[in-house]
Every structure is written in structure tokens, then in C-alpha cells.
Design a protein. Structure first.
Length: 254
């Protein structure tokens, strides 16, 4: 057993969508620090390039709009033009809408489902040649979908399309894992709990105490919590794990 390299991602090529902020940035930072070459993408070119420049390691920022299949195809072509193989795909880009059921609009529904559910599927589809090229029976390529504790436990916010999309991502992960195992791809999901980000903002001490009181571990998530889970899944240590949804939420869903 090569324990020295059990959790290594050194030399692997990764793409993290929505990697300029939040959980995507946490994962991208961790992968790069561990020795992977990491591409991050976001819609805003200035923002994604600034994020890439701020990270230590080999990080490249790409502007991409994943809300359309045309944008997805353009990103896949960009990656294909730069790399002969892709080893790690982290489908993290996402959004939510929070509105009462009586006024929840079709646009709020469709925009969330398009980015959170349709985009991960079609980006994986378009990147399959590169992922297959980076996969071997001994060292599979890794797809990590970012789900949510919101698909494991119903919270107080009215985020209907978000919870529906993340529940679907959990099941899509299992379906893809079963069908792509023959190509030496593992497909898993991480279901984060409360990590402070652009989508989950703690506004005051009272809110912090309320959130922390809901979590058995008594705190919000740290960057190393979610980065560690991603590194595990992308390393040799995680090569026999596929079709799993791994909660990284301090026990919030219990």
C-alpha cells in the first residue's frame, strides 16, 4: 500500500465551476495547494481572474456562462484545447431563489433548475472525452457534484427550486455513477451544510448563535472541511467510492 500518496492529487488536472467564490473557491484553493492544476470558471472575467491570481499554486481563471448549452460547449472546447485529459470535475456553480410559494415565479424556478441541474449534466457530457482520457482502472477520473444539506433536511427558507434541484443532483449522481463506472469514472456528491458564502450570509451575532445552535458540531463549516472531502474523493483513497452523497454539515441533517 502506497500510503505516502494515498491522498495525493499532485499532477492532476481539475475544473471547478463557480470557483471564484464560496464553496467552489474553497475546493479550488485546496486542490491547488495539494498540487493539482486547477481551472476555475465564473461568468465575470475580472472576478474569476482576480480569484485565480489570489490562490497559491497552478490556478487558471476562465470566463464562462454555464446557464446555456452553448456556454457549456464553449467551456468544454476551451478545456479541450488546453488539456489532453481532465482528471477532476467539480460541478459547483449554482444559485437559489427565495420567495413565498404564492408568488414563486416560473422564471425563479427555471433559472435555478437550469444552472443547478441541467448545467452539471451537460458539462459532464461535453467533457466526457477528456475525463475518459484521464481515467484508468487503477486511477479513475473523478466527478464531484455539489449537492446540499437542503436536500437532506428541510430548512426554514422557501427555496423550493433550490431544494428540488439539489435532491435531483443527489439522484443524478447515483445514476451517473452506475453508468460511468465502466469508463473508470467515479461520480459522487458532497452535501455541504452551512458554509459562509455569498449565498449564505450571517448578518449578525444573533443569527450566528441561531445557526450554530442547530449544528451538533456547534460551528459553521470551514474551508478545509469541504476541501478535505473533495481531495479525498479525487485521491487514490477515494477510488472505490462512487454513487455516494457525503454530508459535510457538522451533523445538521441528523
Amino acid at each position: 500500500m502506497d500510503t505516502a500518496n494515498l491522498f495525493s492529487v499532485k499532477g492532476r488536472v481539475a475544473l471547478v465551476t463557480g470557483g471564484s467564490a464560496g464553496i467552489g473557491r474553497m475546493i479550488a484553493t485546496g486542490l491547488a495547494a495539494a498540487g493539482a492544476r486547477v481551472y476555475i470558471c465564473a461568468r465575470n472575467a475580472e472576478k474569476v481572474n482576480a480569484a485565480a491570481a489570489a490562490m497559491e499554486g497552478d490556478v487558471i481563471g476562465l470566463a464562462a456562462d454555464l446557464s446555456t448549452v452553448a456556454g457549456i460547449e464553449a467551456l468544454a472546447a476551451e478545456i479541450g484545447g488546453r488539456e489532453s485529459a481532465l482528471h477532476i470535475l467539480v460541478n459547483n456553480a449554482g444559485t437559489l431563489s427565495d420567495a413565498p410559494i404564492d408568488s414563486f415565479s416560473e422564471a425563479e424556478w427555471d433559472s435555478v433548475l437550469d444552472l443547478n441541474l441541467k448545467s452539471p449534466f451537460f458539462l459532464l457530457q461535453k467533457l466526457l472525452p477528456q475525463l475518459r482520457a484521464g481515467a484508468t482502472p487503477q486511477r479513475p477520473a473523478t466527478v464531484i457534484n455539489i449537492g446540499s444539506v437542503g436536500a437532506l433536511k428541510i430548512g426554514p427558507r422557501e427555496v423550493y427550486s433550490y431544494q428540488a434541484s439539489k435532491g435531483a443532483i443527489h439522484w443524478l449522481t447515483r445514476s451517473l455513477a452506475k453508468n460511468l463506472a465502466r469508463d473508470n469514472l467515479t461520480v459522487n456528491a458532497i452535501a455541504p451544510g452551512f458554509f459562509e458564502s455569498d449565498m449564505t450570509v450571517i448578518t449578525d451575532d444573533a443569527m450566528r448563535k441561531m445557526v450554530e445552535s442547530m449544528v451538533p458540531r456547534g460551528r459553521t463549516g470551514l474551508a478545509e472541511d469541504v476541501a478535505g472531502a473533495a481531495i479525498y474523493l479525487a485521491s487514490p483513497a477515494g477510488s472505490y467510492v462512487t454513487g455516494s452523497v457525503i454530508p459535510v454539515e457538522g451533523g445538521l441533517s441528523i
